[in-house]
Design a protein around this ligand. Structure first.
Ligand code: AOF
Ligand code: ZN
Length: 376
């Protein structure tokens, strides 16, 4: 299953909003075929692995990270392919809560196949957190907050300089991370001060990371380009973003949306519109996320700054925190990574769950989820 989860990551950036899925066919303990879901709408992982096994699956075991589908969608039902191949045992990490595709395990059991569900289920659920979120909470996107901070949780020094808190390996990781989201968001302060592009650029030359139980190592991450480039979002209440910023200037190449308050100046909206920037209006953070979801954004990566991070955290709207911690101190006047969080007592504060910890060069990656992702 560990191998199947690794294979599944190869679909990152290519298959969402569908799930990443990996599969291995075994004869006894020997792998005879591997497969993964490589492209949205393309062959499912199970079909790819059975193809690779080329007739050697009969009497064997199929290990797969998601319950095989029982429906005919863009692809034929995997349960039929599994039965045709004569597989005797199917080991599944997570059930498929998608009502359209679900029921595969029951169908296999009814046909006499031995089915086991839940092997590394937490890991599979964390891997497909955005897919599971879309089914469980369809009103707003899956929200991941990514911050690269100093040891003392600053995102910039006292002069406001933020380039670069983290090292090259961490920056390469962030480009890979962006590829798997529908949109990347920042607040006005960050858009104005850092003038980011928020595009996916494969940074060459990153050293291979250490072996990890979560996301893939640098060698596997390298060269992944998203099927659809993520849209760029700026949270800018009063439409104050200067028109000469990268996010405005390049809006015709990579779409940019600005989320503003209902009362933001209409003339300003017209000026932005003329440059190809879309404006959405929402009264608060929760309404903004609903508007983005209605506009087709099912997963959102928020990259700061501190005010946007604080507002989303305070409203309980962050599902995952991707923290890159760099080994420098920036001091009391550095820019705080998170602003205005309400106080919480040690006895009552929610504890987040670690889904991944690893080294990225000299930096440390910690991925934390607010709630356990439910495998079904
Ligand atoms: C995938 N890839 O490897 C598996 C999936 O429209 P379709 O035919 O591609 O079906 C998509 C659904 O099939 C998906 O939402 C999930 O419930 C199930 N399994 N999907 O895209 C795969 N095994
Ligand atoms: Zn399928």
């Amino acid at each position: 299953m560990q191998r199947a989860l690794e294979l599944a990551w190869r679909g990152w950036g290519r298959v969402h909003p569908n799930p990443m899925v990996g599969a291995v066919v075994l004869q006894g303990h020997e792998p005879v075929g591997e497969g993964w879901h490589a492209e949205f709408g393309g062959p499912h992982a199970e079909a790819a692995a059975l193809d690779a096994a080329a007739g050697r699956a009969a009497g064997g075991t199929l290990v797969v990270t998601l319950e095989p589908c029982a429906h005919a969608g863009k692809q034929p039902p995997c349960v039929e392919a599994i039965l045709r191949a004569g597989v005797r045992r199917v080991v599944i990490a997570a059930s498929d809560p998608n009502p359209v595709a679900a029921g595969g395990a029951a169908r296999l059991r009814a046909a006499g196949v031995d089915v086991e569900i839940g092997v590394l289920g937490d890991r599979a659920a964390a891997q497909n957190a955005a897919f599971l979120h879309a089914l469980a909470e369809p009103a707003r996107p899956f929200v991941a907050l990514k911050l690269a901070t100093s040891i003392d949780f600053r995102i910039a020094d006292a002069a406001g300089q933020s380039r670069w808190v983290s090292g090259p390996d961490a920056r390469e990781y962030v480009h890979w991370l962006r590829a798997g989201f529908d949109a990347i968001a920042v607040g006005l302060g960050t858009a104005r001060a850092d003038d980011p592009r928020l595009t996916v650029r494969a940074a060459p030359g990153a050293a291979p990371g250490v072996a990890s139980s979560g996301s893939p190592d640098a060698g596997v991450r390298r060269g992944i380009l998203p099927r659809v480039p993520p849209r760029r979002i700026v949270f800018d209440r009063a439409l104050e973003l200067p028109l000469d910023r990268n996010l405005v200037r390049t809006a015709r190449d990579t779409p940019t949306t600005i989320v503003a308050e209902p009362g933001a100046p209409v003339a300003r909206e017209r000026a932005l519109d003329a440059l190809g920037v879309r404006v959405l209006r929402a009264a608060n953070a929760a309404a903004a996320l609903r508007a983005l979801r209605a506009d087709g954004i099912a997963s959102l990566l928020v990259e700061g700054g501190g005010h946007l991070a604080g507002a989303l955290l305070a409203a309980d709207l962050v599902d995952r925190f991707v923290w890159i911690q760099s080994p420098i101190w920036l001091g009391a006047h550095g820019v705080a990574a998170v602003h205005g969080l309400p106080d919480a007592s040690i006895s009552h504060a929610e504890r987040w769950r670690s889904v991944e910890r690893r080294a990225l060069g000299d930096d440390t990656l910690l991925v934390l989820d607010r709630k356990p992702c439910s495998p079904a």
